[in-house]
Write a protein that binds this ligand. Structure first.
Ligand SMILES: Cc1ncc(COP(=O)(O)O)c(C=O)c1O
Length: 332
């Protein structure tokens, strides 16, 4: 039953109804559960998404081509965002699913989810919202957004560990779905050990398969409690100030910032493409400045509620020091 407890603790943070969030090992397997609810043999077999999706999501859907899925990828021009109109235009009567990121991992761009859901629903398609880069930092309200599915993991903004991901399914849609990636946890009476086809039970277990990653649940729970106590609205307000300061410091040095300038359009991560970004990232890690590097984006700084403005200044001063050691002039 702990799976339900963790699902509900995640659900509260995205205004999901109790019992509507199941837990899984990772976001990729959540896509697989969703895919297994649908049939790609009919006319409605088009999957629309953008090249700003997290690669694992693309790899998964590309892999479904051999099962009849038609993947339509919409491209970015600037590496920061894909125009909403372009995505909306691609969603048509043959579209089955629209798997999109709420906040783009490479640029922090926040998608206009409502507009995408509105178009998808108008033509009978379903939206799968990946909240990995938003939940816990940017407010998410699955009911207000009216998404059909929402997925993500707890190891980033939710301060958890690996091995716990979540799958929200719209409560009025859930009873109509019968995932083919299924197992005894999804049975209406698993401990009856009945023989034959699965008799599907209620959500959230309806979307699960077999034995859960219980150690992962223990790593997830404390972070969820802390985020709830801190409050996502307050986290967001502080985050906007910290990301603004990071952009200001990068601008002063003439470094390229791969994020929207408008604070309302960007999430909590700022990718800065300074000279020798990959090597700079390695040096920052050696000095306990915990960042990471993404090709075509640069060094990603993700300050959270526990960080201070002083730490932001210190992180950038450390980059200055690393670059000057490398013989690269820090100031333009
Ligand atoms: C937007 C997004 N989706 C998914 C993932 C991870 O997927 P998985 O849980 O399958 O490893 C990440 C990882 O950082 C991500 O940023």
């Amino acid at each position: 039953m702990m799976a339900r407890e963790v699902g509900d603790a995640i659900g509260v943070l995205m205004n999901a109804q109790p019992g509507s969030v199941s837990v899984h090992l990772n976001v990729t397997s959540c896509q697989a559960v969703i895919a297994s609810c649908f049939d790609f043999s009919g006319r409605r077999n088009k999957i629309v998404y953008s090249d700003m999706n997290f690669p694992s999501i693309m790899y998964f859907w590309e892999g479904q081509r051999s099962r009849g899925a038609r993947v339509h990828m919409v491209h970015t021009d600037d590496g920061v965002h894909v125009p909403t109109e372009r995505l909306i235009e691609a969603i048509d009567e043959e579209t089955l699913l629209v798997p999109i990121s709420h906040v783009v991992f490479r640029s922090s761009f926040i998608k206009d989810v409502k507009a995408i859901v509105e178009k998808a629903h108008r033509v009978g398609a379903h939206v799968v919202l990946d909240c990995f880069q938003s939940l816990g930092n940017v407010p998410v309200d699955v009911q207000a957004l009216n998404v059909d599915f929402a997925v993500g993991g707890v190891l980033k903004w939710l301060c958890g560990g690996p091995g716990t991901s979540y799958l929200y399914v719209r409560p009025d849609l859930a009873p109509k779905l019968e995932p083919k990636l299924t197992g005894w946890f999804a049975h209406e009476d698993p401990f009856a050990f009945e023989i034959g086809a699965n008799q599907y039970g209620e959500p959230p277990f309806r979307f699960m398969q077999g034995t859960s990653n219980v150690p992962g649940f223990y790593t997830a729970m404390p972070g969820l409690k802390i985020i709830r106590e801190a409050g996502v609205e307050r986290i967001r307000e502080k985050s906007k100030k910290m990301t603004a300061r990071l952009i200001e410091l990068a601008d002063q040095r003439g470094w390229r910032v791969n994020a929207p300038r408008d604070p309302e359009q960007r999430g909590g991560t700022i990718a800065i493409d300074m000279p020798n970004a990959k090597e700079v990232c390695q040096e920052l890690l050696k000095r306990d400045v915990l960042v990471d590097f993404r090709p075509r984006a640069g060094v990603r700084f993700s300050p959270h509620f526990y960080n201070t403005m002083e730490e932001i200044e210190r992180a950038i001063a450390t980059v200055d020091e690393i670059l000057s050691r490398m013989g690269v002039a820090a100031m333009p």
